[in-house]
Design a protein around this ligand. Structure first.
Ligand code: PMP
Length: 344
């Protein structure tokens, strides 16, 4: 396609801040090019531990630096999911979860969160069985942009605690939060594996960095993940780990303000023509396709009109919505809104 409106991209449109690039260059020039410890550079691990202690309140967290949150997810699922295990996943969901569970012989138990995309608490509670291995939460959510409220997060913590079920919280979009803070279930429940990353917050998607953290009581899980990392990825890229130390002190609020404006542009531009929930975070909107056809048909029509969007069925068992990523220029957003409005 020639110069499309690309609403399909899952990464920020800004570049890594210059001073963080300099940190990576400095590390490479200083010869930080060998393997790091499997669990990660010790300074970076220390920094992550401090962050987790401060933000979550775990005294002696177990920490592992991963190759992206993708790496963290793969290691976590490989460590935890045995054939026949059930994994509860709110639908719509980030694509990897389903395929990892299936690959490991587990069973996905999808809990429908349409049309509000809030946590379907009652359905989650009912879905828990003796085979449940874990519940996945992802807030701010890809693909819906929904941020779960503190009330909902606390209610989920209560349900999980009653049944003693592990929760994996994928918080890769935690910085992209437009109405205050994004509550983390890790603040209300100990049996939580926390996954965070650098790809979105600092636009370092190609640097492949993330981390996993857990309370001391779950250090076995981190140990197993570390063991598998040793025999697979070995370690996350060493010079970029050095730059990540500086990234953790880097203020990204200007980017977040710019992205809040993009969120407003998309929402205000589409809300009278389409059914959509106002996204509270990440950089996605999950929009219902106009009546009278499957979402995939609408997506084909949009692509024929130079707008790239992703059919919701990639992220869901349903084919009713499409995902817009508004991580593009304001000009392209305006252009895309005009075209989509015309197609209704
Ligand atoms: N979790 C979610 C919800 C995502 O959207 C993504 C990236 N699209 C990832 C994890 C993986 O990100 P990365 O491996 O780049 O850290």
């Amino acid at each position: 396609m020639k110069d499309p409106v690309n609403f399909s991209i899952g990464q920020p449109d800004f570049d890594v801040p210059e001073e963080l690039k300099e940190e990576a260059i400095k590390a490479i020039k200083a010869g930080e090019n060998k393997y790091s410890q499997t669990a990660g550079d010790s300074l970076l691990k220390e920094k992550i531990s401090e962050l987790v202690k401060k933000e979550i309140g775990w005294d002696r967290p177990a920490v592992l630096v991963t190759s992206g949150v993708s790496g963290g997810l793969l290691l976590a699922f490989m460590s935890l999911v045995n054939p026949g295990d059930e994994v509860i996943i709110p639908d719509p969901y980030f694509v990897m979860y389903k395929h990892l569970v299936n690959m490991l012989g587990g069973r996905c138990v999808f809990v429908d969160s349409y049309p509000s995309f809030e946590l379907p608490l009652e359905k989650i509670s009912k879905a828990i069985t003796s085979k449940t291995k874990m519940i996945i939460v992802n807030s701010p959510c890809n693909p819906t942009g929904v941020v779960y409220s503190e009330e909902q997060i606390k209610a989920l913590a209560k349900i999980a605690a009653e049944k003693d079920v592990l929760v994996i919280t994928d918080e890769i979009y935690e910085k992209f939060c437009y109405e205050g803070e994004c509550p983390s279930i890790a603040n209300y429940y100990r049996k939580v594996l926390l996954l965070r990353g650098f790809s979105k917050s600092y636009a370092m998607a190609g640097w492949r960095l993330g981390f996993a953290a857990a309370d001391e009581s779950l250090k076995d899980v981190i140990e197993q993940m570390t063991k598998i990392q040793q025999y697979t990825f070995v370690c996350a890229p060493t010079p970029f780990q050095k730059a990540a130390i500086a990234a953790l002190d880097y203020e990204v609020s200007d980017f977040v303000i710019a992205y809040r404006k993009k969120r407003d542009l998309i929402y205000e531009g589409l809300k009278d023509k389409f059914e959509l929930i106002k996204p509270g975070g990440a950089f996605y909107a999950f929009v219902k396709a106009p009546a009278g056809g499957a979402a995939t048909e609408f997506v084909e029509k949009a692509i024929a009109n130079n707008v790239l969007i992703i059919p919701g069925k990639v992220f869901s068992e349903k084919d009713t919505h499409f995902r817009i990523s508004y991580a593009t220029s304001d000009e392209k957003i305006e252009q895309g809104i005009k075209i989509l409005r015309r197609l209704t």
